[in-house]
Design a protein around this ligand. Structure first.
Ligand code: KG4
Ligand code: ZN
Length: 340
């Protein structure tokens, strides 16, 4: 097999990330520059600040990635770039940079759907064949998909309001635990009683694979509003009870998805959890209960590759280019781009 080097660029949200990945699954270099410090004072990502930060960081990050990989830019075989979904300013910065490099080197451009990045990362880090079931849970996305192959997906369900990570971030914000909220809520929950408060398990028992987290978030807010003397114990109990409810919802939804896959006579061996929330050990343990009872294996990329990163984009570049799927230089960024 001839070696292929792909440069991956990710700028769809608040991480500026660059990676060089080859078709032997080696990550030759990987740079992730989080903009958390820039956005923290605002309690969330400010699109204009994010776009400007990408402009500042990107050129140096590309140079550093090439030098770390000890690869001359002329040896790069293709440029993979997140072209959506995401914040349009950041997408524009990444895509225009990628087009410039592709045009100057006369090498192919691969316009990558960010969600396909999360969906296929597991094939970079593990040996796993299609098809598999995917639970994609991040700050912006919450969906269950069957991954049949590169560019071939069936969506079984998605959130009708907030994404899971978004619910974690909002609960963290109301409890003043900081941003991003997921890791802070998970840490606090470890010290709390998960049965201290009872919150609504939206969608549980319904015959579909959709999610809803807005009601849960509001229930936490209502409970909090009624508390006069908020203290450390109440905060950790609220976090634990919130997280317990999220776990119960995810278990129910994934059970339905597995049933649906079986009803359609699709043979799967793996449930893959991707996106930032896959870093949550409690959630993974909840889902493992379901996979164990269905003879499935649960797989998840390492945490660094679960949250937004350039390696997952470069890897989609490898997968797509190996199949001859490349894009021309008139490709436009898409703020919304369903993975179907
Ligand atoms: O995939 P990602 O980096 O960006 C998006 O595409 O959204 O995911 C970030 C999201 C944030 O909402 C963050 O709070 C959540 O993932 N997250 C977690 C944890 N680590 C990150 N949520 C729950 N528990 C965690 N340990
Ligand atoms: Zn993401």
């Amino acid at each position: 097999m001839e070696i292929m080097y792909i440069l991956g660029i990710e700028t769809s949200c608040d991480e500026t990330s660059i990676a060089i990945v080859d078709n032997n699954k080696n990550i030759l270099s990987h740079k992730i520059l989080s903009q958390i410090e820039e956005h923290t004072p605002f309690g969330g990502v400010v699109p204009e600040i994010a776009a400007r930060a990408h402009i500042n960081y990107l050129p140096n990050l590309i140079k550093e990635a090439l030098s770390e990989a000890q690869i001359d830019i002329s040896k790069i075989d293709g440029i993979a770039v997140t072209s959506g979904p995401g914040l349009i300013g950041g997408l524009l910065v990444g895509l225009m940079t990628a087009k410039g490099i592709a045009a100057s080197l006369n090498k192919p451009l691969i316009a990558v759907n960010h969600l396909e990045g999360h969906a296929l990362t597991i094939r970079l880090t593990d040996k796993i064949e299609f098809p598999y079931l995917l639970l994609l849970v991040s700050g912006g996305h919450c969906q269950i998909l069957i991954v049949h192959g590169v560019g071939s997906y069936t969506k079984l369900g998605s959130t009708i309001d907030d994404a899971v990570g978004e619910a974690y971030d909002k609960v963290a914000k109301m409890l003043q635990l900081g941003y991003p909220g997921g890791p802070a809520v998970e840490k606090a929950a470890l010290k709390g009683n998960k049965h201290a408060y009872v919150f609504p398990k939206s969608m549980v028992g319904r015959d579909n694979c959709d999610f809803s987290f807005s009601g849960l978030k509001t229930a936490v807010k209502r409970t909090l509003d009624k508390i006069d003397n908020l203290n450390e114990q109440i905060i950790v109990d609220l976090c634990a009870s919130f997280q317990f409810t999220v776990g119960e919802i995810l278990k129910d939804r994934i059970s339905n998805a597995i049933k649906l896959v079986k009803q359609n006579n699709i043979i799967i061996e793996n449930l893959v959890i991707a996106g930032g929330v896959a870093a949550n050990k409690y959630i993974i343990s909840c889902l493992k209960e379901i996979t164990d009872s269905n003879n499935l294996t649960i797989k998840s990329p390492p945490i660094k590759l679960c949250t937004d990163n350039g390696a997952m984009i470069a890897w989609v570049g490898v997968e797509r280019m190996s199949l001859g799927f490349t894009n021309d230089l008139v490709t436009e960024p898409k703020a919304t781009w369903p993975l179907m």
